[in-house]
Design a protein around this ligand. Sequence first.
Ligand code: 5GP
Ligand code: MN
Length: 352
Amino acid sequence: MIENVFSGSDISEFRIWMGWADRYVILTHMGPDGDAIGSSLGLYHYLKSKGKEVVVIVPDSAPDYLMWLPGAQDIRVFADDPDASEDLVYKADVICCLDFNVVGRIGKIAASFLYSKAKKFLLDHHPYPGANYDVILSHPEASSTSELVFHLICALGGFKSIDKDLAQCIYTGIMTDTGALSYNSNNSNLFMVVAHLLEKGVDKDLTYRRVYNTYSESRLRLQGYVLNEKMQILADCSTSLITLDDDELRRFNYKKGDTEGFVNMPLQINGVLMSAFFREDKEQGVIKLSFRSVGDVPCNRFSSDVFNGGGHQNAAGGEFHGTLDEAVARFRKGLEKWSKSDEECIRILFAK
Ligand code: 5GP
Ligand code: MN
């Protein structure tokens, strides 16, 4: 029997809003990934099936490998028409915030979000939710926000209204946030959710191929270059570092999403327990930082201690304002500081 993570009282306010609220805006984080888009479109389909006016607004566009998802063509990119998007945010009755914890993660949408008089609802699995919401359903132990959307819909009595399109969006979010059920997914309840989604018509093998096996040739060559020439192994601290500057990205005809997954690769090496990937984003004038770790090593703490970033224990990120070389220098200093720690979860990085 599937166990719902939400009790009746958790969702009582949302249920009341559903009674009177007609206009819904769904927001998700910058650089939207499979879970951000999957959870947003899952909830989008549900609210539409209930006759609601609903729009998904993202700060910047989703990568191509997600644009085949049902409803993806209806997503509004804030940056494409900020005035019209702001208007929708102001006029919304309810704003659903999915897959992010703090408003800093929605970039320029934050100003209109904070100003809007709409009811604000957070549904998320990142730790440390912010305070700008009327209702917060935060479950860091969940595999993904998409899994939480499934539970929310069921708690609202909507299991029957989950059709193949909706199930497809939710499955994609679960798949991408768990590396196709290879991490963050040691949970029989999650597999029951997945079983239900398959029964609704999702083809999980096809979903995998559509998301992971649609690379361009230049993307795969960039991966080869990274592994051959750019991956540094800092054996003394069980850590790896990959950097890519703008020239290198151009050389390989970089497109949004092309470096997705690079940060995970060094963890395939025996003895590497933490991995960092820094990418120069010239358009936004920042260095994008990604961290991954294994087991008890808290890469989110490294990200927040050293770069003011955040995330989950084993998957974190942040931004650095400065040059790539400066980011690397800060990274090395951060590791040096960590090497003096006497906390067990950090010491394992330096144990010989
Ligand atoms: P990714 O490496 O896939 O970009 O991000 C991994 C995780 O790190 C995300 O799920 C999110 O929790 C967190 N994250 C990514 N970028 C940022 C950021 O700029 N600030 C904070 N606080 N967290 C981030
Ligand atoms: Mn997520």
